[in-house]
Design a binder for this molecule. Sequence first.
Ligand SMILES: [Fe+2]
Ligand SMILES: [Fe+2]
Length: 185
Amino acid sequence: MNISGLSIEPFDQLPLSPDTVADLRSDHAGETGAVQIYRGMLAVSRDPVVQRFALTHIRAELRHLRFFDRWLPMRYQSRLLPVWRAAGWLLGAGSALFGRRAAFHTVAAVETFVERHYLAQIEVMDKTPRLENLCRVLRHFCDEEVHHRNDASSRVAETPGWLPRAWAHVVGLGSMFGVLVARKV
Ligand SMILES: [Fe+2]
Ligand SMILES: [Fe+2]
C-alpha cells in the first residue's frame, strides 16, 4: 500500500506486538476524531479565518484517516468509532462557538498531545527493523501534526493566560482518556 509517496507492507505481514496494535487502534481512533474536530469547526464557525484554517488542515487529517481506514483491518479497529466521531465534532464545534482563539487553543492542545503520542510509538517501533516503513509513515503524520500545532499556536498569544492553559490541560486529559479506552475497545 502507498501513502504520501511511502510504501508500506500489509498489516498482517508485519511483526506487530499486541501493544503496538493497541497503539495503532488508538491512532486510527484519534485520526477519526481529528477529522471531526475540523468538521465541527466548519459547521459552526462563520469566521473566514477559522474556516480557512480548518479547510487547510482537514486535508492532512483525511489522508491520515484514509490510511488507517484501509490499512488497519476492521477486526483491529476500535468498536467505538461513532463515539470518537461525536467527541471530535463536539470538541471542534464547541470550541469554535467561543471564537477563533478558542478554536486555535484547542487544536494546539490536541496536537501537542498527538505529537507526544506518535513520538512514543515511533521510539518503540524504531527498534524493530521490519517496522521501518510503518515508522516512516507515522513520522510523516507526526510532522504534519506538529505543523498543525505550530500553525494554531502562532495564531494565539505566545504566553497563554490561565484559562487557555487550564483548557489545554483538560483537552490533554480528555485525549489521554480517549487513548486509554481506544487501546482496549
Ligand atoms: Fe492526523
Ligand atoms: Fe493534525
